[in-house]
Design a protein around this ligand. Sequence first.
Ligand code: FRU
Length: 506
Amino acid sequence: MTLDDKLAKKIEKATYQEPYRPHLHFTPEKKWMNDPNGMVFYEGEYHLFYQFHPDSMQWGPMHWGHAVSRDLLEWEHLPVALEPDELGMIFSGSAIVDWHDTSGLFNGGHGLVAIYTSASESTQQQSIAYSTDRGRTWVKYNGNPVIPNTELKDFRDPKVFWHHETNRWVMVLAAGQEIMIYSSPNLLNWTYESSFGKCEGAHGGVWECPDLFAIEVEGTKELKWVMQVDIGDGAIAGGSGGQYFVGEFDGRTFVTEPKVTGTLDGGNAVRWVDYGKDFYATQSFSDMPVKDGRRIWMAWMSNWQYANDVPTSPWRSAMSLPREVSLVQEEHVYELIQKPVAELFNRSENIFVDRTISIEEENTSIIPQPDGPFVLDLMMKGVNGGEPEQGQMVVTLFQSDRKKGCSVTVDFEQGEVAFDRAGMKNSEFHEHFPAVTTAPFSAKAGALHLQLVVDRGSVEIFIDGGRRTMTNLILPEQADSYAITISASGKKPEVDCLGFTIKSVW
Ligand code: FRU
């Protein structure tokens, strides 16, 4: 038992008021969590399963933890759904609704099927389990594994969806440095179709947790396919992170467009999902109701560099906010846009700042920071609407007497937003945690919109309407109160500043 586990054991029940306990983001009550798994909407409920070690504060024999929600923000914890068995631990995977009983597991009715990796010391294979009672209890299929494997070392994280055009199930699976695509008429028998990615994208680490879905290009009827792939190391902010590809999928092969080759190890062609250090293993919800039509995804808000050591107790790790994903086309380039789901804004409470701040060089504007979670919307522009093409603007959060907070710096000359948690004292617990992460933006429009969603232990930044996002954990020193400060250098910009609190989920 580690020291962490001993401490966590002393704390019998979570109070949900612990330092750094998120008030908007999903956390397990206690113990270790990593990737989101099995995200599916069924009979009015969103299901979130997650990689869970119920006996420890550190990664270990993986189970699937389980929670349900009706609004994506208030989650009800349910008992562990899947426990390790003779085939091994229960690694990451997905869940779908078998509406027409293609599997024959539902007596002509419908129900939930989870597709996961059975991982032992020696092998990783794909297995399934099913539930006939809205996910409350699970039965493992007696023909597991449905995709056996004795050859490949890394062969995991199945994401399954129904492909209408070919009338069958499709699975994307991470296999070393590529994605394998399988198909099946019934979820039980799978056929290998093709592989993707050996010569595309970033390859700084093992590929993990793929997702593949069709999405309409905004404002058109054009359909594109987005492949999301995580890499265990070598992502844009260091350590683990996600990349995506846009292309075509015919039910068998995925091809990017335009075809990009030879971009091993992070050439310019890599499209990063997020520019912060803490956004990994992204997965989107399956079976969203047609009348809703949104593509919503969520990620694990941590980084394998230090995940096992983040000093929170009695739980470790949170999920990102659920984000609505869309695709736009600008000058022949397809770009993903991510925004917090609308459900977040339904919880808006008090406006604590609503004004235009003209920043003089020697002045710092100080805004008292609310206690709980909040959103800060900043529209930055030049004085009298001109372009703020020179100079820098710095916004600090969690600033208190003599205690250094974190900061967001917008550099208009470089076209770059930087997030700095390096100066925060509590960042020192691990060499890779004190970091400055950066994301590029194009300030063509002469103004830049930043939306900051601030919770007790994280800052998610949505840059330029969500064209770029930057997600980072933070560990503020405890203080009676904090301030937000805004200052600038160079050309004096103006900032339209709107801040409002969001009702805690606890
Ligand atoms: C990603 C990952 C997956 C694996 C799981 C194990 O974070 O490494 O590839 O299934 O975590 O917990």
